[in-house]
Ligand binder design. Structure first.
Ligand code: GMT
Length: 381
């Protein structure tokens, strides 16, 4: 290995794809011998339950200070301050900011203070398509993207969308997300599966943070259509503002007794590995990491043709895609896959093969490492 790196990582610490990618990448970098320092208000969601084979990664809590004159907290300033301490005290050479704001903004602030630690920013999706496009954050997001020393996006769709939304010709490297196919794999355990479904019932699953963009009511509608035709159960994993409306809809459609809302938890590989089909009817999705994790578990995916999803799920090969809101098409797609065990097996195996071959960490992590090294060569530590 060439010289080990010292990297600080800023990411959202709650359940969500960008924090998951940041955590998994940090763990893999640590296993490769690099020093990784997470800087955040709390230990990232998935880091809390993961152990690395070697010492690290490290976690530094962002300090906070409430003063009567401050009408609201200033997370960007607190993050920049703690990151500055970490850069100066730990010899950090580079900061990797996941999500444009406030993380890239805070990282650039710390770079301005220290004159060290150039910033690699990874765009994940809603930082551009929802939050960044909002007038309230438009200029700060564009500034973060234009001033970061290197910018990556998790899909070609997102790179193109970023240039369009911000009218910028900023160079953006596409580095797709990845999945640990050793951890995310099929689980053949009839006793465990029996906790969720009878032998003759198909087990469908949806995992998300239950935001409006996920269209969780469509998940319920598709499931109701499937359950009207064949024995089936649905696992809803995650939590968020759309959970209560989704439960209400399941009750209204008379399928609530077959839908289990399991809440939010980090070790989703077991429930994914036990299931038969993954549903992701989002209105927009820059990548769809949850779908990739399901594919790695040998699950075909029924999803929308939105954003970067077609870069992950190949229509007709690893799943079936439909238009946003086209519940009928998604219901037919799910029934088509579940109705023929040979189709389900073929698509599931193709899904896993794609996850292993195209989105393996061994293919993706070196791309981040190369981005770090190029940034350091160009901008210094
Ligand atoms: O999906 C979310 O709402 C969470 C969000 C995040 O930033 O945590 O996920 C985004 O980043 C993931 C990891 O790169 C992508 O797989 C998701 O597609 C993306 N979400 C959206 O674009 C809606």
């Amino acid at each position: 290995m060439t010289s080990p790196l010292d990297i600080a990582v800023l990411c959202h610490t709650g359940a969500g794809g960008s924090g998951v990618v940041a955590t998994e990448l940090g763990l893999l970098m640590t296993e490769l011998g690099h020093a990784v320092h997470f800087v955040g208000p709390a230990v990232p969601f998935r880091l809390a339950t993961r152990r690395c084979a070697v010492h690290g990664p490290y976690f530094h809590q962002i300090g906070s200070y409430a003063y009567a004159l401050f009408e609201q907290p200033y997370p960007e300033l607190s993050a920049a301050n703690t990151l500055t301490e970490v850069i100066l005290e730990q010899g950090v050479q580079l900061t990797h900011a996941h999500y444009a704001i406030p993380h890239a903004t805070a990282a650039l602030h710390a770079h301005a203070i220290t004159g060290r630690a150039p910033v690699v920013t990874t765009l994940h999706g809603t930082d551009v398509t929802l939050v960044g496009a909002e007038p309230a954050f438009f200029h700060t997001t564009r500034h973060a993207i234009e001033r970061s020393h290197h910018v990556t996006a998790v899909s070609q769709f997102l790179a193109d969308q970023t240039r369009e939304v911000f009218q910028t010709d900023r160079e953006i490297e596409v580095i797709h997300n990845f999945v640990d196919s050793q951890r995310f794999r099929p689980v053949h355990d009839p006793q465990l599966r029996a906790q969720f479904a009878q032998e003759d019932e198909a087990l469908l699953i949806h995992v998300s943070n239950f935001r409006p963009v996920k269209r969780v009511n469509d998940v319920i509608d598709v499931f109701a259509g499937v359950a009207a035709e064949r024995p089936a159960r649905l696992l809803m994993v995650g939590d968020g503002p759309e959970r209560a409306p989704a439960l209400e809809r399941a009750q209204r459609l008379g399928v609530a007794d077959r839908v289990a809302f399991l809440g939010s938890f980090p070790d989703i590989e077991t429930v994914l590995g036990l299931s038969d089909l993954f549903l992701l009817p989002s209105s927009n999705e820059s990548f769809g990491l949850s779908a990739l994790e399901a594919m790695s578990c040998e699950l075909p995916v029924v999803a929308t043709r939105a954003g970067g999803i077609p870069e992950v799920v190949e229509h007709g090969v690893s799943g079936l895609l439909a238009g946003v809101g086209d519940v009928d098409a998604m219901t037919h797609a799910a029934l088509e896959i579940l109705g023929d065990p040979a189709v389900r097996t073929r698509m599931g195996q193709a899904a896993r093969q794609r996850a292993v071959e195209v989105f393996h960490p061994d293919r993706i992590v070196p791309q981040y490492l190369a981005a770090y090294r190029t940034t350091l060569e160009r901008w210094g530590g």
